[in-house]
Write a new protein. Structure first.
Lengths: 318, 101, 101, 101, 318, 318
């Protein structure tokens, strides 16, 4: 319980809440689009740099197993999500595939929140985790899109191009490379900007995310209860898978909990654009509401503590 | 000397900007102008805030090409996308500037 | 099949954006598109830089509704506000899309 | 009471914004509205990204003034600059508002 | 005298001056609107967080008296301003009410500049002062609007909604709540962003404010000398009231000087939007020129040292 | 060789590279215009502040000689560039003048990169160098424009006004004045923002610059091989002049290398706007491609190490 409250009473989560409240009272507060996009570029690059620097200190054999485990999660989780959405969610094949693509990918901010929560408990998660975020971002989207026959090669390859050259993946991978090439020491100069200022900038980002999620939540009614339930059912299932995969591949208790949060999260940056282009027939209201309106707040408040608890429990068993 | 032309305006989701410009180029337009807009319509679905809101693109073309472009837009986008297209009469100077590039 | 419609454009102080959109909705428009603009006019008074400069909003409507909207804007805003409104002929496809939402 | 006016739109490189507004003022327009746009044309040369992309400026004027402004723009800018100008028919309320300021 | 010069030779004030000069030589310098709005969001949230953290360390009985004093200032100062504007300023009832609303509220940047000046003298102002800014922001606007019969309920309630859900009040109150809930310790992570970087970001904001004030100042001629005189007469009167109220409610010398600066300042963030909506007949050129073109620079240069001097002198008497 | 690699493997240079790659794979990555302009404002102001503070600690007689040397470079280098562009580049008089104006001015980012490289070698460049950037920025443009008869006074004076009241010069000079008036100590408060965060913010700027340069490079083919060769031939010639002038005026080895980089760089901030207005007949594709697509990357990768080497060698001779 105190874990729960501790998880919520942080500037980052409260800023998200503040955004939701501001939307609810119909305030005209909103981050200008240019600021919002600028901050996301900053955050993704910063995550990449940090992960890259850590990666340069990690021997390949240490990184290999978790990377393969993450890849497997990326291939498996959209399949599970698709099956659940068809069977329990009663979605059409197209909508199910569209939503599954989001759960197959990863929410960067959920990853960050989970890292924070784990560190607050005194655990030391692996430094190379941001590299796993990059690994997890793309394959799930591709796998999910294979469930439906799209109108020919062309739109397929467009979607692939969209994901791979999309801002988020370019920044993450670019940051990882720069971080790995420079190493921790050469990054010292940019640490005040990309390191020390990171969590504050994240607060501003969360504020805007709260405003957007608040809007989505208001529209949630239209999606139907059955769908909303899926937004709460999918995270624990996929998150459990992530935790288990993490522990099995030799990651620490903290790292596995974070991998769980990654697996249990739904992308709202890389996936929506790719899905919109590859599956224009799918209803964006469904996947956006689910990913940002339901699953993201669920993970912030309950999911992350759950994954930590799971990781701890499973770790004792094993 | 002023000549009657058509101005064709397309309002579309931001993710479509590149595709729409390509479509226009296939019709050999001599240029296009775009700006970011927001709005509401009967669908109002957009890929995500990360991609930004709508984009409005217009092109000035000879009257003979106008209908073909509008129909092409309609055929490609009306079914699944939030796209609006309309045309207006305009008068331009230097009509030769707007011939095939 | 193209149908003649009206495009009504309103340039107003940024603080009025919500009110203008509400006014349009009362006339049952099917949608609107807005963008930020700057400008100068005969009044040139705006609430403050914090609110940003002007906003330009347009709506595509059947010709029958156009006059009513313009007069409504005039009645509400011409006396005390920096507001400009004008209408243009446009041609749209899918006219049924722009009926009552 | 609606009156027929002309809307003259100029798309120009951002560095020209001030000059174009001055040119308009020399023709005693009652106002102008500007917005940032991007685009491609047959020249596509701009001073630098630091100055931003294009600017689109329009002014509402009585029909009698329209041609003079367009020709003035043409004379000043067509040779060396990336500038496009076109005019459209519009209907305004309060025509007296748009007389000499 | 050296107090005066010391007050002006700071990066923050000089950036304001630089903006005014840039406008004067017709430079094309200007902060993009998105940046300007982004920085204001940042500043307001940062002020709120800091004040909230301080509030969480302040016992209620210590805060209660200054809060009530501030509330009284908020109710009284628009009345005084209105009376002066009618009597000496020769304004119509509507214009007087519109201007009074601005003086009833508070300029956040004047507050910041006053805090800086006081700290430079080695005084320790109360940490909860940002909370008083939030208290002072709204009531003065409401009171001033009551002087004129607006066209019915509807526009009145719209104005109220505009002030209360306006960005500035939402961010300040939101920041205060987050700061109070988290406490100083949990804010450590965001301190480099919201704390250490604050004064530098303020410089950029002041630069833009200088550009805007420069424009207003150029238009000042039209407003007439009588009105301009009011922009210089009102601050000392209301500021004196503020200083007295501060000392009377038990605040320190430094805190009272800052409260004086708050009382003597005119809002140009929350007030203009609300006034424009509630009193569209009032001439914005009057209140914007006065608040930003006259009173703000006056306070920066002369007002703040005056309030400090007043507070010091009164404090000895009492 | 290791100097070369060391020069490239820095976050700042790698971010530039990442931007070029992103453009090359047709990613949709791009900094919003408002962010890009906001960051440039920040960078220029920060450079000015730092230089101003250093200037306030520099006796006039120490600064005078380098300042005069820089002025001479500013007058001489456009003449050399013009002659070379006419003779070897086979440009028309107008295009040659337009390009010469860019090489007569200075690229602020090349200056920064050179300063970094010099400091990495343990050298201590003079603190007043940013003031020399301001000195070098304007005269070269003016001199170059004198090579062609423009259409009358009016466009000439417009160009002059454009350069002198342009954002970059106003921010640099403004920052210098503020820095000089405040001195290092009063700037302590804004140091976390303008100092510590500087290099990180520069990374974001370089990312965008890489995207722009990538675009220019793609169009480079059209300019013709002869012109591209000039983009590589001019920097060493002008840079050598700069190094020599630096050493001759008594500057240190490191400072002279930086002055060389300044002389050998081509402006893409102040110059293009002024040239566009004064010489609209000149083809922007030429000068933009040369300045940003060829010379800037050349200097980043090879030019800077070369100027350092030159400075070291010449210094031993002298
Ligand atoms: N009647 C209309 N008038 C002006 N703009 C419209 C109208 N209908 C739709 N739009 C614009 O087109 C976009 C997509 O519309 P829709 O496909 O109806 O959702 C909206 O976001 C608006 O920007
Ligand atoms: N003649 C005009 N042409 C174009 N835009 C205008 C014109 N007059 C006014 N505007 C726009 O309408 C806004 C308000 O105008 P006004 O009420 O005249 O101050 C201005 O800021 C301009 O953006
Ligand atoms: N046919 C066109 N339709 C719409 N906009 C155009 C057209 N041609 C040119 N433009 C706009 O005018 C600017 C300058 O065009 P240009 O002088 O042809 O390079 C372009 O960047 C476009 O924004
Ligand atoms: Na996932
Ligand atoms: Na006040
Ligand atoms: Na140079």
């Amino acid at each position: 319980m105190s874990l729960l409250i501790d998880n919520i009473l942080t500037p980052v989560v409260l800023c998200f809440l503040m955004g939701m409240v501001a939307r609810w009272i119909k305030s005209d507060l909103s981050l200008p689009e240019a600021m919002y996009q600028g901050i996301s570029i900053y955050l993704l690059l910063a995550i990449g740099l940090k992960g890259g620097a850590a990666l340069s200190d990690t021997p390949l054999h240490v990184f290999a197993k978790p990377a393969i485990a993450t890849l497997l999660i990326g291939m498996l989780s959209p399949v599970i999500a698709y099956a659940m959405l068809r069977k329990f969610g009663k979605r059409t094949s197209i909508d199910a595939a569209a939503i599954a693509a989001h759960y197959g990918s990863v929410s960067v901010v959920t990853f960050l929140a989970a890292s924070e929560a784990v560190k607050r408990l005194g655990l030391q998660p692996e430094g190379y985790l941001p590299a796993l975020v990059a690994v997890l971002e793309v394959p799930g989207i591709i796998v999910a899109l294979m469930f439906v026959r799209t109108d020919g090669e062309s739109s397929w390859s467009k979607a692939l191009h969209e994901v791979i050259t999309g801002k988020s993946i370019v920044l993450l991978i670019g940051g990882l490379c720069i971080g790995a090439l420079c190493g921790t020491q050469k990054l010292t100069d940019v640490q005040p900007f990309f390191g020390a200022a990171f969590k504050g900038a994240l607060c501003l980002f969360m504020l805007e995310l709260g405003l957007v999620a608040g809007k989505r939540l208001r529209d949630a009614g239209r999606a139907g209860l059955r769908l909303l339930a899926m937004g709460i059912a999918l995270p624990p299932v996929l998150g459990g898978l992530g935790v288990a995969a993490g522990l099995a591949s030799g990651m620490s208790e903290g790292g596995s909990a974070i991998l769980g949060a990654m697996a249990g999260s739904a992308s709202y940056i890389a996936a929506p654009a790719a899905v919109r282009i590859a599956l224009p027939q799918a209803n964006p209201a469904y996947y956006l509401t689910l990913a940002l309106g339901i699953t993201f707040p669920f993970n912030l408040a309950l999911g992350i503590p759950l994954y930590i608890y799971l990781s701890r429990t499973l770790n004792i068993w094993l | 000397m002023k000549v009657r032309f058509k101005k064709i305006t397309i309002v579309a989701e931001r993710v479509l900007q590149e595709q729409v410009v390509e479509l226009l180029k296939r019709h050999q337009v001599s240029g296009w102008t775009a700006q970011n807009v927001t709005g509401e319509g009967s669908r109002g679905l957009r890929a995500s805030e990360w991609e930004g809101s709508n984009v409005q693109i217009y092109t000035l073309v000879p009257e003979t090409v106008a209908d073909a472009i509008m129909e092409d837009i309609a055929r490609h986008y009306f079914e699944n996308w939030s796209v609006v297209v309309y045309s207006q009469d305009v008068e331009v100077l230097r009509p030769d500037k707007y011939q095939h590039p």
